[in-house]
Write a new protein. Structure first.
Length: 452
């Protein structure tokens, strides 16, 4: 039996953080490392569908879904039941000891839903761990050293992952020296083109620069892999223009470079397709999954072409809890739920894009609107002409929304992007309500900041 709470909202009964939340936050300060930063100051009690209720009884509409995890809403009954059913059988044995049905069935399903000829998988504990294993497999396959990623990328928080991640603070700063033989590239960030060019007259000069890196010493002939998000997530929901990934694919092919597609945030229906890369005619060599893969259970995956996935020798990969049976059971339910929810991304995109583009036209501080499907964001600036980033204003808008019952996230290299992660199952009236809260927060905070 799946318990139902019938949450309705957004509804603020006491200004957050309320008294119970303050006690929880005080315990956090006393017992939890300072390295864990709290973005929105309250404490969660229960969550259901598109809503979350805190310990003081406030009900929030959730446009974060656990940073792109609960794509089908919190505690979808089918998902909870699948996990409960597996719990009634067994919780853990480790697939390296003996295989079990949920792991094997999930591997078979991934072979069906992943693009191209990727047919073999390994499952780990998180997207971060999956990135680590994807790089290990690529190194085993072509025996080359250099790994390329992007300056606006985010690939996780392990030591290798922060080395691949481009953003210095808060992810890399103070943790050096980092992993060697990693090179960061310029992304197709057209709003702030690092080459000072404009699309389409640029003729994809940013891709030409990637070729130059690959074909120039010290990396010439020794680039193992390019690790890439098809749409930059933490980097600010940056989607490259049509044709970009096809050209990158060609450069990788010409240089024998493995293309590792990081779909941890862009996958599982978030962009309107099962995988973000499917918006381009580009089949990667390996695909890394996580977040929405298991709707909140700790799970990440690497799925790749057979010859690449066959390269590591027996016993060279694994982990005690990787591909836990309960997590795999949840992921199997997630695949079914995601397929059912994906058509709703058309409504989400239409409603959000209309409102965001209206804001861009109306408000001086909305510099750019971008993204695909239900993965849209807007970049805040002081003026459209200056493009000066305004991180403090962005944070104030986030907190204003929070005070009025809406969870949203910020992102971007300059911490000036509002990213929208509504659950794919959201109804239009609730979506509009959330957007109303954002607009009211923007206008109020703009007046405080003295923006025109």
């Amino acid at each position: 039996m799946v318990k139902k709470y019938n949450l309705k909202g957004p509804k603020i009964v006491v200004e957050p953080p309320g008294p119970k939340a303050k006690k929880a936050l005080a315990r956090k300060e006393k017992y939890v490392t300072n390295g864990i930063r709290i973005g929105l100051p309250t404490a969660l009690d229960v969550a259901e569908g598109p809503f979350m209720r805190d310990v003081d009884g406030n009900v929030f509409l959730d446009f974060t879904v656990g940073i792109g995890v609960h794509n089908c809403g919190h505690r979808a009954p089918e998902f909870v039941k699948a996990c409960q059913d597996q719990l009634d059988k067994f919780v853990h044995i480790c697939v390296m000891v003996t295989p079990y049905e949920p792991y094997l069935e999930l591997a078979e399903e991934m072979a069906k839903i992943c693009p191209g000829k990727m047919t073999k998988s390994i499952f780990l504990n998180s997207g971060s761990e999956a990135i680590e294993n994807a790089v290990k497999i690529a190194r085993s396959y072509n025996k080359k050293k250099w790994i390329l990623s992007y300056k606006t990328s985010f690939h996780g928080r392990t030591f290798l992952d922060i080395s691949l991640t481009g953003k210095e603070k808060p992810y890399r700063d103070g943790f050096g020296p980092l992993v060697p033989y990693i090179q960061h590239l310029d992304y197709a960030y057209c709003y702030r083109c690092p080459l000072k060019l404009e699309y389409p007259s640029c003729n994809f000069a940013c891709v030409d620069s990637i070729r130059t890196v690959m074909e120039t010493k010290p990396m010439e002939g020794d680039v193992c892999a390019l690790v890439a998000e098809p749409i930059q997530g933490e980097g600010g929901f940056i989607n490259p223009p049509p044709g970009y990934w096809e050209k990158v694919r060609k450069v990788c092919d010409d240089n024998g470079v493995v293309l590792i597609d990081d779909e941890v945030q862009t996958g599982f229906g978030r962009t309107g397709k099962m995988w973000g890369i499917e918006h381009w005619k580009c089949d990667p060599d390996m695909l890394v999954s996580g977040k929405g893969l298991s709707l909140g259970m700790p799970l990440g995956g690497v799925t790749g072409k057979e010859d690449i996935m066959a390269s590591p020798p027996p016993a060279s990969l694994g982990g005690t809890f990787g591909g836990n049976p309960v997590c795999c059971a949840g992921a199997l339910a997630s695949i079914k739920l995601t397929k059912k929810a994906m058509p709703n991304t058309k409504m989400i995109n239409k409603v959000e894009k209309k409102r965001l583009m209206e804001w861009k036209e109306q408000y001086e501080w909305v510099g750019d609107v971008r993204g695909l499907g239900a993965m849209l964001g807007m970049e805040f600036v002081k003026t459209k002409a200056s493009k000066e980033a305004v991180p403090e204003f962005t944070r104030n808008v986030q907190l204003n929304c929070f005070k009025h019952g809406l969870y949203i996230l910020t992102a971007g290299q300059f911490n000036n992007v509002i990213r929208l992660h509504p659950p794919l199952i959201i109804k239009q009236d609730l979506l509009e309500k959330g957007l109303d809260i954002i607009e009211a927060a923007m206008v109020e905070e703009a007046k405080k900041a003295g923006f025109s």
